[in-house]
Ligand binder design. Structure first.
Ligand code: IMP
Length: 187
């Protein structure tokens, strides 16, 4: 199966390629990416998928949107995880939670994909955990150095790529997408 991914994030592309070994995924290179104006991850992922579809010829078009939701911030930064503060986003979240013991959080990925026939598939992945007190680990990207999955002591950045490719929010969304796209192709 072939797909065009509407993302300019090389980390996401590398992860999705590893998580979906049966898929040949190419990034959409364009200078007119649409604004992410949706009111939910799903709406933003759909905006990206529909944009990819205008460039996808006979292949699946994939949009993906992710974020981190901290209980101490009432689920924020959530949808605004990429741009809610100046500078490094993980450091900004550590600073925002410096004075609280409320560490619960989750990372979420929503994939919206459109098949060559025009069928839409939506897949969601969630990883529950806590925000660490300091950065730890060197793998991954974004909030990985400060996110500790429930039941573990290491951050995602310490757990490493192999762990992330099986257990992360994106991995769970990718697994759900693989199953849902297979159903769509059978029907
Ligand atoms: P977006 O989906 O590209 O809008 O990403 C939203 C924000 O979440 C950005 O700051 C990303 O760096 C961060 N982010 C997305 N996916 C991950 C991940 O797998 N681990 C850690 N941070 C992530």
């Amino acid at each position: 199966m072939r797909a065009l991914l509407a993302s300019q994030n090389a980390n996401k592309l590398a992860e999705l390629r590893a998580m979906l070994p049966d898929w040949e995924i190419e990034p959409l290179v364009a200078d007119d990416y649409p604004e992410e104006t949706g009111a939910s991850y799903e709406e933003n992922a759909r905006i990206k998928a529909r944009f990819a579809r205008t460039h996808a010829d006979g292949v699946w078009a994939i949009g993906e949107d992710s974020g981190i939701e901290a209980d101490a911030l009432d689920g924020g930064p959530g949808l605004h995880s990429a741009r809610w503060a100046a500078g490094d986003q993980a450091d900004a979240l550590l600073a925002a939670l410096a004075d609280t013991d409320v560490r619960g959080a989750r990372m979420r990925t929503v994939i919206v994909a459109v098949s060559p026939a025009g069928d839409e598939v939506v897949a969601v992945g969630v990883l529950e955990g806590e925000i660490a007190r300091e950065r730890r680990g060197t793998t991954g990207f974004g909030y990985d150095p400060i996110f500790v999955p429930t039941g573990l002591t290491q951050t995602v950045a310490e757990l490493g790529e192999e762990w992330k490719n099986v257990h992360s929010h994106r991995a769970r969304a990718a697994q759900a997408f693989a199953a849902a796209s297979a159903r769509a192709m059978r029907s």
